[in-house]
Design a protein around this ligand. Sequence first.
Ligand SMILES: [Zn+2]
Length: 1149
Amino acid sequence: MISKGGSEALLTALVNTGRSFSPNYTLLLPLLHLLAKVGHRDRRIGVKAEDAGAALLTLNLLRHNVKHARRAAACLWVIQVFSSSVSTANLIGANHGLDVIYHLIPQYTTKHLHAIKAAIDAFAALLCTKANVCLVVSKGYVSGLLRLYEDWHAKATQHAAMAICHSLLRCLHKVTHSNAGKQAFVSQGGIRLLYVTTQTCLLSKGLESLVEPSVQLMRKCLPKTPLPLTSDRSAYTFLMPGRPHAVPDIDVEPDENSEESDDEEAEDNKDADFDDDLETDLSKLRLRPDPDRPKELLPQYNRLCPELSHDFQDLDLSSETEESSTASSSSSSDEEAALLNGLRFHSSRRGGGRSAASSDSSTSPSGSHSETDPEGHTPAAAQLEARDFHSHSSILSTSPSFRTKDREARQEQSFASLLRRSLLGANTKTAQLETQAVLLSSLEGLESRENRTRTSTALSVKPCCSQMRGFLKGIGDEAPLGQRGEDEDDEEEDADKSHHRTMIDRLLERHGACILHHEPKLYRAAAAKTKSIPGFSILAFPDFWGHLPPPGHESMAPRKPNIQRQKAFEDAQRFLTTDGIINQVVFDLEDSSLQCPSDSLRFFSKFECGNLRKAVQVRRYEYDLILNADANSSQHTQWFYFEVSNMVADVPYRFNVINCEKSNSQFNYGMQPVLYSVREALEGRPHWVRTGTEICYFRNHFCPARGRRRMTFYTLTFTITFKHNEDVCYLAYHYPYTYSALKAHLKVLQKSVDPAKVFFQQQVLCGTLAGNPCPVVTITACPASRSWIDMHQLRNRPYIMLTGRVHPGESNASWVMKGTLEFLCSSDPVAQSLREAFVFKLIPMLNPDGVVNGTNRCDLNSEDLNRQWCKPDPVLSPTIYHTKGLLYYLNSVGRTPLVFCDYHGHSRKKNVFLYGCSVKETLWQSGSAVNTVGLKEDPGYRTIPKTLDRLAPAFSFNSCNYLVEKSRSATARVVVWREMGVLRSYTLESTHNGCDQGIYKGLQTGTRELQEMGMKFCHSLLSVTKDVKGLYSHIDLDHNVLDHKSHNCFEDDEPPCVEEIEYSADCPALAGADLDSDINGNTASADEEEEGDEGCREVKHRRGSVGQSQQSSAKGRLFPHLMRQASAEMLGEKRNACNAVSVNRQVMS
Ligand SMILES: [Zn+2]
C-alpha cells in the first residue's frame, strides 16, 4: 500500500475531509485510524504529511476535539506517526502542539486511558527533536512530567496505569537526551523520585517492568562526575629520546566547544562497519610495497641467525663453548651496536650464550634514557617506601591504646610492605640500610606482639605470620639485588650470605611448590635488572613465588539476575544520601605518604605489571578503583594488577574499577578476575584462581578529570569474599606474566635443554626505549653429525617466526608463548620432529616496556606497536623495527618464514582463533566487483586453522577469518603477509574468558589451557611440513577442502546483554503492533459520538488490559477533571517557568 502511494492518498483524503468547517467524523475517524496504522510503517510519512499540509491540520483537529476522547486519540496517534520526521515534529512543536498535548495528560484517573496514553506517546514522539526538547524544558514541563509520573506510579496497580507509567518514563527518557533536560530532571528531584518509586516497584511483582527503564533513566541522569584525579595523564611519564620535555598534556587543553553537544552519547568506539573497512584495492592486496629501508642495513641481522653460520665443531662439548662462538658472531661490529638503537651493546667482552643476559647487565644503567628520567624516580621511590614504613612503626609504638585488632592490622600492613620490600631489596645503599634497620626493629616488635597475642587469644593468623617472618628475615638481611649488579647468579654469592640463603631455601622447601620452569631466585635476579619508569624496588609475591594452575577446571560465573540494576541502584544511592558514605582516598600511586584508616583495605601496585592508580573507600566494604592510563598517555585502561591486604575474612567487599574504556566486556559473560592469596601459597596452594561474584560491566557517570569531553567510562564491579583474615592478596585482570618472568623462564629453559640435541640461543634483538633488552630465541635441532648431509639439512630448514605480547594487557599471549617455548624445548618426540623440521625464531615479548610498567595497550611512546609495522621508527619502535629487519633479512637470504604468528589476547570474545590473510576471501566478503575467477591463491593459509580445530580443544575454526582490513594494514599479520610474502601469516587470539564450544565449553581458561594452546599450535605446524607427513598421518593434510563456515568476527559474538550496558540507548520505541492494538481499541465503538466509558468498557472486554476498573457510567467530559488542587498549586508555584498553567486550566475545565 505504501509503495503504491497509499500514504499520499490517505493524506489527501484527510486534508480534504478535515478542512471543512464541521468535518464528518464518521468518515474522518476511520481515516485517521487507517493513516496511523499505515503511516507507522511508512518511513517518510512525516515529510509526506508536511507536503500535503496534513500535519498542522491534524493538530487543529486535535485542538477542536480535546473534549472528545476518541477523536482526540485518533489525532494524537496520527501526530505521533507524523513526528517520525524531525522537521514535521518541529513544525508541530512550533505551533504549540506540545502545549496542547501536555495539557491533555491528567493526573491519575480511570477514564479514557487510551486517549491519555495516546497523548503521552505523541508527546514522547515529538521529543525526538532538540528544538522540542528545549521548548519542553523551558516551559517547566519536566517537573510536571515528574509529578505526573509520581502520581500515576503511586496508583499504578493495574496494567492500564502501568502502560501510562511506561509512556511517561519514555517522555522523561527523551527529554533527558539533552543536557538541559538532564539538569531540569536532576534539579526537580527526578533521581530521588525514581529511586523511591523504584524501591516500591521492587516490592511488587506487578511493577517489576518499571524497574529497568527507571534505573536506566537514573543512570543516565546522574550528574557527570570527574574522576578524582589531578590529571588524566598517566602517573608514569617517560621522557622520549629527542624530546627535551615531557609531552605536553594536550588533553588538558580546554575543548573549543566546551558545551557538551547532545550527540555526546553517540560515542563511536565501535569498529567501523567491517565491510567498509575491507581492503578492496587489488593492487594493495597483491603488490608488495617497496622495503622501508635500504638493503645495506640488513646484513647486521645475520648475527641473529647463528644457526646459519654455526659450524657445530663442538657438538660433543658443553654448551658454553657453543655459546661463546655465537657471542663472537653477535659482537662482530660497532656498526651493529650503532644500529641496535637504544641498547648499548657491550656484550662482546662478556661472551657466552648468556649474551642476552650479560649484555643487559652491561647495559649502562646510566644510559641516556635512565639519565634523563625527569623525576629521578629510582632513589626517591626507595626512600619514600622506607619513610612510609617508618611512619607505620611509629604509629605502632606511640599508640598503645590501639586494640589488638588494630595492632594486628598494622602489623599485617608491615608484613605486606616488608614482604614487598624484602623480595627485591631497596635500590640504593642508604635506603637499604634504612630498610634493614627498620626491618630488624619491626621484626623484634612483631616477635613480642606475637607472643602477647598468643597468650591472649588462642588462635589467630600466627602460623602464617611466623612463616612470613622467617621468610622475611631470610631475604631481608640479604644484600638487595639492585646492589649486586654484576653478580650474575645466586650460585656466586659469598659464604656469609649462605646462611640467609639457606633460610630462604628452607622456606621455599617447606612451603614453596615445585613449579616446573620457575625458580624464585632466578626470578628475583632477573627482576633486579628490569628497568621501569618508577624504578620498582618491590616484587609482587606471586611473580616471585610462582603459580601453579589450580586442580580442576573453573566454570564461568553465572550472571546473577538483574545484577546491573542492583549495582546501578546502589550507585544512585551514593548520589542521594551521605549515610554510610566514606569517600576517602586510601591509596594513591603518586602519594605514598598517604595515611588511611586502620580498618580500611590497603592497596599497593608499585611493582612490575602493577596497575592501580588510586583507591577510594566509598562505603565500609566498598572501594572505587582507578586504573593508571598507559605511560605518557591518558587512556587505554583495562589491565589491572594490584595488591590488597588488611582484609577481614568472610565479608563481601565490593570493588568498582570505574575508569574502564571498552564498551563491553567478557565480564558480562561469565569472566572473573583472578586472585592470588599469599597465605594460600604458603600453605601449598600457590594458585591464581578465578574469583568474584556479582560481576558486571556497565557504563557509568564518570568523566575524565579534565578535558576530553567525549570520553565515557565503564565500571567493572565485582565482589570478593576473602578466605583469611589479614591475608595479602593480589587481584588481576588476567594471569600476570611479567617481563622478568620471561627473562627468568628463558634462563631456566636454556639450562633445561640438552645442548647436544637442542640448539637453543637467546640473544638480544635490541634494547627498548627504557633500556630493557628484547630477547629473541632461536630453537632448532642440532644436526646429528657434521656430515655434509646433516649440515645441509640444517641449513635448509624452513623458518617459523612467532612473536607475542605486543599488547601488554594481553598476558594470556605470554602464557600461550610459554607453552610454545616449553614444548619446543621438551624431549617430546613431536617437539624433536619439529626442531628437526624447522628453525624457530621467537620474540616472546615485543613490548617489554609496556609490560613492565603495567600499560594495557601501548609502549612508552603511547603508540600501539601493532600499528607501526608499515614503517616502524628505529628509535621510537625499536622492537618492531628490528623484528621487521630480521624478517627482511631472512627474506633477502631466501629464508622467508613459512609461518609467522603473533600471539594476542582477545577481551571481547570466547575461544582461541586465528586471523589470517586472503585476497579472495576479502574480495568475496566485501562484495567487490573484482572478478576472482582468474585469481590464483594458495589455500594453504587454512591448513593450520583447520588442523588446530581438531587438535586444540580451546580453538574454534568458526571464529577465524582471513580478511584484510584497511584499519589493520599496519599490523604484524598484514605487513608480514603483504611485504614479506608469508602466506601463513596470522594473529592468534586467545580469549581472556573461556570457551563456548568443545570440551572446555562453559569453562574459563586457566594457564594450563593457555599453555596447552601454545603446545597445540606447535603440533599444528606438522601439517605444513613435508618431512614428517608420513609419521603423523592422524593430521589431515588436505589443503583443498575449503569450508565456508567462517564468519566475521569483528563484533562481539555475544548475544546482546540482558541488561543495557549503555544507558544512552533509546527507550524501546513503540512497536507497530502496540499502536495497532491501541487504535483497534478506539475503533471498537459503533457510534463514534458515543463517548465516555462505553468505549472504554468495550476496550476492556476486547483487550482485557485497558481500563479494568471504570465504574462511572457518566457521560460528559472526555478528559475528566484532571488537576487535583494540590497538584495545581504545585504547578502554580512554578508558574514562571510554566506559563501554560492558565492554558491548562482552560483546557481542563
Ligand atoms: Zn592484541
